[in-house]
Ligand binder design. Structure first.
Ligand code: 5AD
Ligand code: SF4
Length: 490
């Protein structure tokens, strides 16, 4: 993995102008400060990171944790840590509500532990109204930053340390929150430390941001415009991970199918995937998320011919109604989508297809909703993430007439769950009795069970030795429990 070398950095000199060297300087400075603090307290200092939301946020958190650990903080499972960071999500309103509920709890903890540092970052912090609310109602928060400058964490922490020292010198000074939220960026800073959650599987960012502006979605506003990492940087990172024992890679982007378009030397996602498939020692490759409008025949051919790409595609449909797909700005019709599914199934017969669906988009009629149920039955999804439409201020859909009443959406939501549940069960049953490879991911010590994941992303529980964690073993799927199997190693 990337090895951070802080030797030879003059922490009393001027900070370097460019990154990542500038961040190495601040990591070294913070580390020095932390060591002194540890000596005063006679104990180690700890951090706790609470992450909300999607795979992107979890990946960002591995980077944040990498920097925190490089500074010298040790991880802790609960909020009674010296440094607490919330990496927030704002894709739906209830994500924001959850965060506010928990910041209140942090405030109570801080009353008896004045030394504690509280930081907020992530998508929700890109919204000026959320930052205003924290500034006025949660003044005990020390640091706020957004999605575009997470690489600056050490520099920002240094500003918090400085702010505290100024107040210690002059008790009349009022507490000042360090706030650094960028609107957007073109920068991609490589070569920073990262702390992987698992030793055997890892996400790899291939691009950041989204240009699609689906009318319900806040992501393009909080994650900025699309920008791709250079293929060589991606491949080198993957090779490095694999050489350290990672066997499964998940390529991450809001819309991986438009990868590479803005590079000086453009390349397609299909070509990148082909190159990743050739990395020596890699066992499984996943990717998410694919926008149906950009899924090319070339990509389908690459998946079909690949040795390591999992036979699983996450292909958000959002709605089965052409009228709503247009209002959502999705740029495909239900017919286009079904044609794509036919092509996928024809070229990759065992492929698992999963999706995202929104219920209650403004103006959704019973007929539109029936179209959604119908497309679910026609595709026969392996599983589906289902969401009740949530109004996001600033998105075009928030201003649309005919917002659907809550009682109507919740009734439709139940019907949708019923249909997708049945589809998943039907699909899962077809594998019962088969022996298939699973990547062993978790152990349940109390029950002496292991949990592994199939190529199609479904879970399997079976008896086995914990030493198998991180390896791929063959398991017979004895019993299908709907969303998971009970199996035995063969
Ligand atoms: N309301 C409900 N669901 C949403 N999603 C995105 N924005 C909204 C919203 N405003 C869902 C979409 C997307 C998934 C990640 O979240 O289905 O694919
Ligand atoms: Fe949101 Fe659409 Fe971009 Fe996905 S593709 S992040 S749903 S705007």
């Amino acid at each position: 993995m990337f090895e951070l070398n802080l030797q030879g950095i003059d922490i009393n000199g001027e900070p370097p102008k460019s990154d990542p060297e500038r961040q190495y300087y601040y990591i070294a400075k913070c580390r020095d400060h932390l060591k002194k603090r540890e000596a005063e307290l006679g104990r180690k200092l700890t951090y706790h990171n609470e992450t909300f939301g999607c795979q992107m946020n979890f990946k960002d958190s591995e980077k944040l944790n990498g920097v925190l650990e490089a500074i010298g903080y040790e991880p802790r499972d609960d909020e009674k840590a010296d440094f607490v960071i919330y990496n927030t999500c704002t894709v739906r309103e209830n994500a924001n509500d959850r965060v506010y509920g928990r910041i209140g709890y942090l405030g109570k903890l801080k009353k008896s532990r004045n030394d504690m540092i509280i930081a907020m970052c992530g998508c929700m912090m890109q919204e000026p109204t959320a930052v205003e609310k924290i500034k006025t109602s949660y003044r005990f928060v020390d640091l706020i930053f957004g999605t575009h400058n997470i690489f600056k964490l050490a520099e920002l922490i240094w500003s918090v340390y400085e702010e505290r020292e100024q107040r210690a010198r002059d008790p009349k000074l009022k507490k000042r929150m360090v706030i650094d939220v960028w609107k957007d960026t073109n920068e991609i800073i490589e070569e920073l430390p990262s702390s992987l959650k698992y030793s055997f599987k890892a996400g790899v960012n291939i691009m950041f941001g989204c240009n699609n502006f689906c009318t319900y979605c806040i992501v393009p506003y909080v994650r900025g415009r699309e920008r791709s990492r250079r293929p060589d940087d991606i491949i080198n990172e993957i090779k490095d991970m694999v050489s350290h024992g990672v066997v499964e890679i998940m390529l991450l982007g809001q819309n991986v199918n438009s990868y590479g378009k803005n590079l000086d030397e453009p390349i397609t996602f299909a070509e990148l995937l082909r190159r990743v498939d050739e990395v020596e020692g890699i066992k499984r490759i996943r990717f998410m998320t694919s926008h149906p409008k950009d899924l090319s025949d070339e990509l389908i051919d690459v998946i079909a011919a690949s040795r390591h790409v999992c036979r699983h595609i996450h292909l958000p449909v959002q709605s089965g109604s052409n009228r709503l797909l247009k209002a959502m700005n999705r740029h495909y019709t239900r017919e286009d989508y079904l044609l794509l599914v036919d092509k996928l199934k024809a070229k990759i017969p065992d492929i698992a297809i999963t999706t995202d669906i929104i219920v209650g988009f403004p103006g959704e009629t019973e007929e539109d909703f029936e179209d959604t149920l119908d497309i679910c039955r026609k595709v026969g999804y392996d599983s589906a993430f289902t969401f009740i439409y949530s109004k996001r201020t600033g998105t075009p859909a928030a201003a649309m007439p005919d917002q659907v009443p809550e009682e109507v959406t919740s009734e439709r939501f139940k019907r949708l769950l019923d249909v997708v549940g049945k589809c998943s069960e039907e699909r899962a049953k077809t594998l019962t009795g088969k022996t298939l490879p699973v990547l062993v991911e978790e152990e349940n010590r109390t029950e002496n069970m292991l949990t592994g994941r199939l190529d199609n992303n479904l879970l399997v529980h079976f008896n086995g030795d914990p030493s198998l964690l991180g390896s791929i073993v063959n398991v017979r799927l004895n019993e299908c429990k709907g969303f998971y199997y009970i199996g035995e190693q063969v």
